[in-house]
Structure formats: structure tokens, C-alpha cells
Design a protein around this ligand. Structure first.
Ligand code: ATP
Length: 373
């Protein structure tokens, strides 16, 4: 187990920026990250944000344009991948088809000339840990997707790496299997006590597995924090919109002052939301700003509600919750409710918003405007 430190890490591909937008053509742009000993860190972000490039640089599979990578206290920039004491589990399983599962897991130990009895002991120990003992004599072609993922991870950890690197290891699995494997990976991480970096574009995976999540966009780290920090305390509009399902409602608003109180108002809408007092030293009459509020902080008022009458524009019944969308100007504002009423499009509801739960973002930069500072 070792800590991992990335210092001012950059990557520019010769032909970069062709497929996706990046900032100044850097696939990874001045990335600083400190992962503690034994920590489970998820690299999360949309396609093309630089997650895989970062992981490949850590693994030594990709040249570094600029910056430093330390595993423990060792600068590994110029070390060959095999000398970095890492385990790799990538989304493609890359097993050797003519070899049994046992031989696939044992392969790297044999290459390192580990003693035969020791290999046997370690292969069986890992197989037990990953609950794939019954697969050891099978050929890879006979394995299901989930079984391949287990063997893939077994191969990565059998050498007892200091650092385990996983790139979307569950991406080929269906929903149920993914969920089951998520639980397995968490259990495994706790048992092998290995520092782990896990690349995913799936926020649920990152939220449920990671001690801390590094959220990237266009090659730039946006926020590095615990799941609760990035959810409750996003640093900017990107993180606020990326974390949470359905995403936070983020709308342009004009703040107006009325009888000593401030309200968020919206173009072509009667909706008014009381600005929380903690923002009073941050807002002014006529100020344009973005307001964010999560769907679970919107409610349907009862018969005596003073909420704004709004027409239901969208209704989804997901069994244990219902999602309702109302139009606020050009935006669809989503709310989640346990109310079992089956609304139809056009029904009128009284929309109430918990103003205390609103977030403010700079209209130009998207940076969070924090209260009370
Ligand atoms: P995904 O989730 O789609 O795998 P990602 O976040 O892992 O995306 P990367 O694969 O690291 O992103 O890509 C980051 C940027 O670098 C993208 O703009 C991509 O087009 C570019 N890129 C990645 N690999 C290469 C390459 N071999 N040559 C040129 N550009 C590349």
C-alpha cells in the first residue's frame, strides 16, 4: 500500500483536441492530486475529460508531457510499468485464451519466477477472495462477463500491488451485475488494503465506491472531495450539475428586492423563490445570477399551499418515486416526490421550493458564490 501523488501533471497528444474539446489542447492540464495510503479514489467525468490518460500516465503506459508522479516516496516518471508495483484492471479483459483461468492468474507470477508452491497458494487465496475458485480450471471463452471481470481483477491484485488501477472495470456488465460487482470491489478493497484509483464516468459507481472523488472536465480537475462534499458543497456549476440524478436544476435568475426581502425571479414565469438570508450580503436588486436547487428540495404543496401554480409538463413514475417536470421559462424544472398521485400533463400543482437549499453560481464563470463570506 502506498500513497499516490500527482504534481502539476500535463499531457498533450501530438494530434490532441481532434475528437473532443480540451483546454489549450491538453488532455490533462495541471493536475494535482494527493491520494492517501489505502484510499479509494475515483476519477470521474464525462467522456474525453482525461481520466484514462491520467490513469495510463500513472501506470507508465503513456508518456508524461510535464509534471511528476510519486508512488509512495518514489518518483516513477521514468520507471517501466513493471517496476511501479501496480496492478492494472482495464475494461477489456485481455486474458490469454489458450490458458485456463488458473494459468491466467498465475501468469505474471510465473514470469517473475515465483516458487511453484507459492504461486499455487497465492492463486487460490486470490480466487477465494474474489469468489471465483470454481472457475480456476475453466477456459476464458466459457466465462460470463461478470466472471471475466472477477478474473481480470484477480490478475491485477495477485502480485500484491502497492497501487491498484482500474479503468471502467464494470463497463461491460448489465445493471444488476454492476451493482453486485460494486459491492464486491468495495469488500475487496477493504480486505486487501490497497490504494486504489478507479476511472468511471458513472457517478453512482464513484459515489458508492470512493473515499474521495476527483471530478474532471476538459482535462482540468474541478473538485477533489468526499462523495458528501461534492454533492453538498460543489465548487462550481459543472460539479453541481454532474453529481446527482436527476441533476440539480440550475436556472438563470434575476434577483429582485421587494419590501426588504430578496427573491429569485425567472423570465416568463411567475415563480419567485425567497433568497436565503445568508446570501443577503452577496446579492443586490437586479443582479443576474444562476440559482441551483436539487429536485428533492422542491415539493408539491397541499390544498392550502401558497406555492406557485405550475402546470405539469412531464411525469414519470419510477415505482418508489415519481419525477415531475414543470416549465420555468425555457427550462424544465424537475422535482422528485413520494406522493403517489398519478399526474397528467397539464395538471396544475402548487410548486414549493425550499429556498434554504438553493446554491448560487456566477453567471459568467459558473463558480459557486458562497454565502456569508
Ligand atoms: P472516456 O471516458 O471516453 O474514455 P476519458 O475521460 O478517459 O474519456 P481520455 O481517453 O483520457 O478521456 O481522453 C482525453 C483527451 O485526449 C480526449 O480529448 C481524447 O480525444 C484525447 N486522446 C486520448 N487518447 C489519445 C491519443 N492516443 N491520441 C490523441 N488524442 C487522444
Amino acid at each position: 500500500m502506498a500513497k499516490l501523488t500527482l504534481k502539476n501533471l500535463y499531457k498533450r497528444y501530438d494530434n490532441s483536441g481532434k475528437k473532443h474539446k480540451t483546454v489549450n489542447n491538453f488532455a490533462v492540464n495541471d493536475l494535482n492530486l494527493d491520494c492517501r495510503d489505502g484510499e479509494f479514489v475515483a476519477l470521474l467525468g464525462p467522456s474525453g475529460c482525461g481520466k484514462t490518460t491520467t490513469l495510463r500516465m500513472i501506470a507508465g503506459l503513456e508518456d508524461i508531457t510535464k509534471g511528476e508522479i510519486f508512488i509512495g516516496d518514489r518518483l516513477v516518471n521514468n520507471l517501466h510499468p513493471k517496476d511501479r508495483h501496480i496492478g492494472l484492471a482495464f475494461e477489456d479483459y485481455a486474458m490469454y485464451p489458450p490458458l485456463t483461468v488458473y494459468e491466467n492468474i498465475a501468469f505474471n507470477l510465473r514470469a517473475k519466477k515465483v516458487d511453484k508452491a507459492e504461486i499455487d497458494r497465492r492463486v487460490r487465496e486470490i480466487a477465494k477472495l474474489l469468489r471465483c475458485e470454481e472457475l480456476l480450471n475453466m477456459m476464458p471463452v466459457k466465462l460470463s462477463g461478470g466472471q471475466k471481470q472477477r478474473v481480470n481483477i484477480a490478475r491485477a491484485i495477485v502480485r500484491r500491488p502497492e497501487l491498484l488501477l482500474m479503468d471502467e472495470p464494470l463497463s461491460h456488465l448489465d445493471g444488476k451485475m454492476r451493482q453486485a460487482m460494486r459491492v464486491e470491489i468495495k469488500r475487496l478493497h477493504n480486505e486487501i488494503e490497497c490504494t486504489s484509483v478507479y476511472v468511471t464516468h458513472d457517478q453512482l459507481e464513484a459515489m458508492s465506491l470512493a473515499d474521495r472523488i476527483a471530478i474532471m472536465d476538459l482535462g482540468v480537475l474541478q473538485q477533489f472531495g468526499t462523495p458528501m462534499e461534492v454533492y453538498d458543497d460543489p465548487v462550481n456549476e459543472f460539479v453541481a450539475a454532474f453529481i446527482g440524478e436527476p441533476p440539480m436544476n440550475i436556472l438563470k435568475t434575476k434577483v429582485i428586492k421587494h419590501e426588504g426581502e430578496f427573491f429569485f425571479t425567472f423570465e416568463e414565469s411567475n415563480l419567485r423563490i425567497l433568497v436565503p438570508r445568508r446570501y443577503y450580503n452577496k446579492v443586490s436588486d437586479g443582479m443576474l445570477v444562476k440559482m441551483g436547487v436539487r429536485p428533492m428540495d422542491l415539493y408539491i404543496g397541499g390544498a392550502d399551499s401558497k406555492g406557485t401554480p405550475e402546470r405539469v409538463a412531464m411525469f414519470e413514475n419510477l415505482g418508489d418515486e415519481r419525477r415531475i417536470g414543470v416549465r420555468v421559462g425555457d427550462n424544465l424544472m424537475m422535482l422528485i416526490t413520494e406522493d403517489e398521485t398519478r399526474y397528467r400533463q397539464g395538471d396544475v400543482i402548487r410548486l414549493e421550493v425550499n429556498g434554504e437549499k438553493t446554491h448560487l453560481f456566477d453567471i459568467e464563470t459558473g463558480d459557486r458564490i458562497r454565502s456569508g463570506q
